[in-house]
Design a protein around this ligand. Sequence first.
Ligand code: URA
Length: 479
Amino acid sequence: MHQIKLDSDIDFAGWREAARALALSNVAPAKVRWSVAGAAPDLFAELAQPSALPRASGSFNVPALFVDLAKTVLLHRDPQRFALLYAVLWRLRRDPDLLARCTDPELMQLEAMAKAVRSDQHKMQGFVRFREIGREPDNHFVAWYEPEHHIVEATAPFFARRFADMPWSILTPERCVHWDGHALSFTPGIDRSAAPSADHLEQLWLTYYASTFNPARLNMKAMQAHMPKRFWKNLPEAALIEPLIAEAERRTGAMIDAAPSAPKAARQRRKAKMPDTSDTLHDSIASLREQAAQCRACPLWHDATQTVFGEGPAHARLMLVGEQPGDKEDLAGQPFVGPAGQLLDRAMSAAGIERGAVYVTNAVKHFKFVPRGKIRLHQKPNSAEIKACRPWYQRELQAIKPELVVALGATAAHCVLGQVTTISQSRGRLIERPGEAPVLVTVHPSYLLRLPDEDAKSREFAQFVDDLRLAADHLKHAA
Ligand code: URA
């Protein structure tokens, strides 16, 4: 039996060196026992004297796909991961097509482990909350987090890029990571009691969270998909969730108790013809949202906090498509909640469109930006990014089946019409398409925000409202 002791839980170089030497010496997987230095001894502790690696000459290559998979799987907490990876490597040398066999049980196990690691990284990126300790210029931002897998080192560069200008530490039970503005460093894990608990940033964050909590959009299933309950204990805003939900229920109850107003006859007829599929439709949007949360179709997911999927009623008659989430949307996980969203809300209300009745989404579902000091500067998505994200829009369209799609700006028009389109060519008229909902193209609300003088702003705002009125009129007539 060969006893291989790796230097740490994430010692990929050590695993690779040992696996290569073992494979070249024809040591079968069953003849290898893997362990990690410093880990709790197992049943075979008395046997666990590390063996010298067999001397081996020659070399062999494995597909880069396997190397990437192995690097991710190695971060999983399962102690069997080293053996499983070696077993697949062993088979891969004899069966070069193995990676294409998607139903192979060992490969499926590796894929599931890699998925769990990626999802854990994604959650860490979204759920770390820093607290400020000390006073400027000696202040430092500290967060406590409990990852499921060994992901601290692999996820740290994300935080270094995102919070490049502030010194921070993320403390975890196994490993702590620190950023001094120049370089990352790592120290052993600590006990939760050593993490700071409250400060004024927390108060700010709570106020922000409460102000973005929209009871009309409350959907516990989607909310828990975004923010699973096991993370609540480390999120300051979690304490607000129960009271906010109770308040939402009270308000919903009041609406239900109020006398119903008579629905318009045409709407009633339409409803009668339609089976009540709202739950099924809703489920399908919820499941799309869950799938999109893992999307890696273009590189934008890497620096963004999360996928910002569309939201709104499952059978909305109108679908609004924007460009991509901005800074505020990226943090909140909801489309159009920042300054452009506020302007859009004002324009919709001036046009007689109720935002709560509209499905609102974006052509590109991750925030694209470059960091400039403390600010994240919005960058326009390119054609490849629009193309990579378009299947999500198409699937939203299929699930919602709106009667009209409004594209806000050139990126949205590109996505919705499937080709590059200038606003001046296509603005303000219904574009009919066989077998599909008609499209209305107009400007993006941030274009109005960027206009330098007040006259131009109010002129353009009025024109924007006119475009939206066209949408409202179309729906009125269609009904
Ligand atoms: N701009 C967009 O296009 N979408 C948003 O969600 C916010 C700003």
